[in-house]
Design a protein around this ligand. Structure first.
Ligand code: ADP
Ligand code: ZN
Length: 601
């Protein structure tokens, strides 16, 4: 393996202000410096960008970075400029003079990083310009966008391979945070002319807590969750536009600050909401999945799913937006039988070949299994990415909020109710039959006379609904009819009913024990530190407003926390703070020393 030159570590400190490389960065950077194609798969927040930023500075050569979202590119350019790095972006949202300035810098050979959207990259004129600037490397961010199997497929990404060849001899380095085996193979085939060296890192994000809960009273459940995180930044994902607006209103009415975000909003409103989310502390974005890819705010403290995501991959990607700074973050995913039916109907309604449909159902099933998992969530999640870990201790199953039991007998009762009522009724109806509670509909259908009527008296209606949902997630039941819903047995269901297979079920908690979640800094700050931290944040906000950049571009939370603890009194002392490099020291050092002095007065 190649060894990283000392100058790399020196740059890490002098430019970025960091003492150590994060796991994986060193070997990837070494491989990039050595040459040859590289594909790096690392989780969100692990510091992928550093892997191409640092070599560009070290070699003093141009790296062209392909990135799918303009907002993302702008952020990165802002952050790079704040560090004193020559960076620019070429995209359709730039003004003419902005694009012209970027082109001039490119011609003069001054740029180290040029961020380009994939659409732009393929334009003939640009290829010629790039060729004369002889870039050393083509870095492809969010490389999974090239895969048609992935959830973020971008047709423009398919051109990148061609462009790389047109640029001749340029090193191709692709980065992604999502890649199950299929997607990984796809990336390697489509972006590279020869097989890349692949660096695969653990997908585990140990700082993210994983919690799932069956939908009971979704608003209340969400309200309890965001209440625990009052004053922190977070995202709440919904499956429909209407719901984002309703929920945002609801949160606002309960004294939180929330904004809605979805593709149907007016562009200016949408941009304003996104900017507010990026720049302010403690705002909740209630959003559809249209929100997120361009958001690399490092201090998102929680992500909730008000509705079930569409696959394990999207789930992972979406919760991955929390805790990119490595500090503790919390997640909650609500799921219910309607969600499962909705997602399955969505897949059935798509105009796609049969094998593709089966594949998508399979993908969704994996998520349903994760929601109903009777074992550690992290184990189940990582197993999906072919990773084995021990129980994590930081999920709702590990912390004992979920009890598991042999549910074969109740499962048989429920399946028998499905069978005897003619395989066309939903969970609530089945529960009325099983508990013997009956209803007008039950009497109308004469189902009070069935053998199954009242065989489940020992359990409540809620429990039966949960069992039906779990049987659906386990693949023992399927949707009976596109139009009218209801459940029918699958082959597996028939096996369970005949006693050929056993099932483990989970007991839904009657009432959740409220746990104190340790969010915030890993080591709790004492009261004095908290006060100092608040003062530093105020200073940061003032500077951010002045410069019109997001707060984290000035300094991330981690830096302010470290500063509040170290309380440097001199510029030299300030340089020892995590995330303070020479450029930022020169620019903000005095301002923050002053803020510290005032706070400690
Ligand atoms: P990714 O693209 O993998 O999601 P980023 O490149 O956005 O992650 O990095 C996430 C955060 O980690 C950024 O704020 C970045 O500055 C920070 N970071 C990167 N490398 C290091 C390091 N070696 N030490 C400390 N922080 C780092
Ligand atoms: Zn666990």
């Amino acid at each position: 393996m190649a060894i990283l030159p000392h100058s790399a570590r020196a740059l890490l400190k002098s430019v970025f202000g960091y003492e150590e490389f994060r796991t994986g960065q060193e070997e990837i950077i070494a491989a990039l410096l050595e040459g040859g194609p590289v594909l790096a798969v690392m989780p969100t927040g692990s510091g992928k960008s550093m892997c191409y930023q640092l070599p560009a500075l070290l070699e003093e050569r141009l790296t062209v970075v392909v990135s799918p979202l303009i907002a993302l590119m702008r952020d990165q350019v802002q952050q790079m400029k704040a560090l004193g790095v020559a960076a620019a972006t070429l995209n359709s949202m730039n003004s003419r003079p902005e694009n012209e300035a970027a082109r001039i810098a490119l011609r003069e050979g001054a740029l180290r990083l040029l961020f380009v959207s994939p659409e732009r990259l393929a334009l003939d004129g640009l290829i010629a310009e790039l060729r004369s600037a002889s870039p050393k490397r083509l870095a492809i961010d969010e490389a999974h966008c090239v895969s048609e199997w992935g959830h973020d497929f971008r047709p423009e990404y398919r051109q990148i391979g061609v462009v790389a060849e047109a640029l001749g001899g340029v090193q191709v380095a692709a980065f992604t945070a999502t890649a199950d085996k299929t997607t990984r193979g796809d990336i390697a085939n489509k972006l590279f002319a020869s097989p890349p060296r692949i660096f695969l890192h653990s997908f585990d994000r140990p700082n993210i807590e994983l919690n799932f809960s069956p939908k009971d009273q979704p608003r209340r459940q969400l309200a309890r969750f965001v209440e625990k995180h009052r004053g922190e930044s977070g995202i709440v994902y919904c499956s429909s536009r209407d719901r984002t607006e309703l929920l945002a209103e609801y949160f606002n009415a309960h004294g939180h600050e929330a904004v809605a975000y979805h593709a149907g909003l007016d562009q200016t409103v949408r941009n304003r909401n996104q900017d507010r989310f990026l720049q302010e502390d403690g705002l909740i974005a209630v959003a559809t999945i249209a929100f997120g890819m361009g958001v690399n705010k490092p201090d998102v403290r929680f992500v909730a799913h008000a509705d079930m995501p569409s696959s394990v991959e999207s789930y992972y990607q979406e919760i991955g937006r929390a805790g990119r700074d490595g500090l503790p973050a919390d997640t909650l995913t609500l799921y219910g039988v309607e969600d499962m039916a909705f997602r399955r109907r969505q897949i059935d309604g798509k105009d796609i070949p049969e094998d593709r449909r089966r594949f998508e159902h399979g993908r969704f099933n994996a998520l349903a299994m994760l929601c109903e998992a009777p074992a550690c969530r992290r184990q189940t999640l990582l197993a999906y990415f072919d990773e084995k870990v021990s129980p994590c201790g930081r999920c709702d199953v590990c912390t004992g909020q979920v009890a598991v039991y042999d549910g074969t007998i109740p499962a048989q009762k429920a399946l028998s109710a499905v069978w005897r009522t003619g395989q066309r009724f939903g969970a609530a109806y089945l529960a009325d039959v099983l508990t013997g509670a009956g209803s007008d509909a039950v009497s109308r259908n004469g189902h009070e006379n069935l053998k199954t009527f009242g065989v489940g008296k020992e359990l409540g209606k809620h429990v039966w609904i949960s069992i039906v949902r779990q049987l659906f997630a386990l693949g023992a039941l399927q949707i009976a009819s596109e139009e009218h819903g209801g459940f029918a047995l699958t082959d597996r269901g028939a096996d369970v009913l005949r006693g050929r297979e056993t099932v483990m079920l989970r007991r839904d908690p009657e009432k959740r024990r409220e746990r104190r979640l340790h969010t915030g800094p890993a080591r709790p700050l004492d009261a004095g530190d908290e006060r100092v931290l608040a003062a530093l944040k105020r200073k940061r906000l003032a500077l951010a407003r002045e410069e019109g950049v997001p707060a984290f571009v000035i300094f991330p939370d981690k830096t302010l926390i470290d500063m509040a603890e170290k309380r440097p009194a001199t510029l030299d002392g300030m340089l020892a703070v995590h995330g303070v490099g020479e450029r930022k020291l020169a620019r903000y050092g005095d301002a923050f020393l002053e803020a510290l002095a005032e706070a400690l007065d």
